[in-house]
Design a protein around this ligand. Structure first.
Ligand code: ZN
Length: 324
């Protein structure tokens, strides 16, 4: 699979110094005190982080509302390749971001989204071990990796999007630990080797990679209104959290943990001990009265919850009574 990844000569931009400088300016944030403001203090510089409608959240499957009005999300052109299979891969010091210059960007429709959206970028959240890393939790369970596919509302300016309660649509995909590498994720984990330094951006040919290849098979999802999970924490996101996790191996997780964070300002780039990007997940936030909805495809096996078990018992009782 490594042979399918070609580094485009001459388009590697090492911007470590410039990045370190911007981090030292006011507004630096991170996930631990050594990186700058840690999550509980983000609101000191970014007030929206302390307001309502924040993400991520724990999704409690017993209290979600089954919404039969929700339909499946339509992932339009998710199987398309960008021109020459070229993707832009960036280590921005907080995560790895993957985007491409699609002439007609893949789109997100349906799923009862309140607008039409176009693909912007993918990025990931992970931890220093295999037992946590995801931003969202499902019934209290943490996954070792979570992928976010970020989409912006079509025909809106960045300023309009930042002020629009439905300006963004983000699809979250959980990864669970598997014994063997997920071959669909391999183009990305191989690409990570080219962006281990913070601030590195490369153009790479990812021959076999499409957005569809890293989506779960089962279309079931949870929907709620939330925010960006990083500063400035704008409450502008319609979240679609896919229920079915896909696989990632321990070795593939190590590739994410090899990505380096920027060194503190004034450090000697050649002789300092590297700092790695780990635990780049925000703690779960208070649901604060919000409702989480669930879409379940007709062929997905129904899990009997308390209320649905109760209704089934009533139906059975009525049926038995009718037989007498
Ligand atoms: Zn994210």
């Amino acid at each position: 699979m490594a042979a399918n990844i070609l580094l485009t000569a001459g388009v590697v931009f090492l911007t470590v110094c410039r990045f370190a400088q911007s981090q030292s300016e006011s507004g630096a944030w991170g996930y631990s005190p050594r990186e700058g403001l840690e999550p509980p203090k983000w609101q000191d510089n970014f007030p929206a982080c302390g307001r309502s409608r924040q993400s991520p959240i724990n999704i409690d499957s017993l209290t979600v509302i089954e919404d039969t009005e929700l339909d499946s999300v339509k992932f339009i052109d998710y199987d398309e390749y960008p021109p020459d299979h070229q993707w832009v891969v960036e280590n921005n010091g907080h995560t790895v971001k993957i985007s491409a210059n699609f002439p007609c960007p893949p789109q997100l429709h349906g799923g009862s989204l309140h607008a039409k959206y176009q693909f912007m970028q993918i990025h990931f959240h992970w931890a220093h071990d295999d037992y946590k890393g995801s931003e969202h939790h499902l019934d209290g369970r943490k996954y070792p990796l979570e992928m976010h596919l970020v989409h912006r509302r079509r025909n809106r300016t960045p300023k309009e999007i930042s002020e629009d309660a439905i300006g963004l649509a983000v699809v979250a995909v959980f990864f669970e630990l598997g014994n063997s590498p997920n071959r669909h994720l391999t183009p990305i984990t191989e690409a990570l080797k080219h962006v281990e330094k913070a601030g590195t951006i490369v153009n790479l040919t990812l021959q076999d990679f499409t957005l569809k290849s890293v989506l779960p098979q089962v279309p079931d999802f949870f929907r709620y209104n939330g925010s960006l999970t990083t500063p400035p924490c704008d409450a502008t996101v319609q979240w679609t959290v896919m229920r079915q996790p896909i696989r990632v191996s321990h070795q593939q997780l190590l590739a994410f943990r090899a990505l380096r964070a920027p060194l503190p300002a004034g450090s000697d780039n050649n002789n300092s001990i590297p700092i790695y990007i780990t635990d780049n997940f925000r703690p779960v936030q208070d649901l604060a009265g919000r409702t989480v909805y669930r879409y379940r495809s007709s062929d997905a096996p129904a899990r009997l919850t308390g209320p649905s078990l109760f209704l089934l018992l009533i139906s059975l009782t009525a049926w038995v009574a009718g037989q007498k």
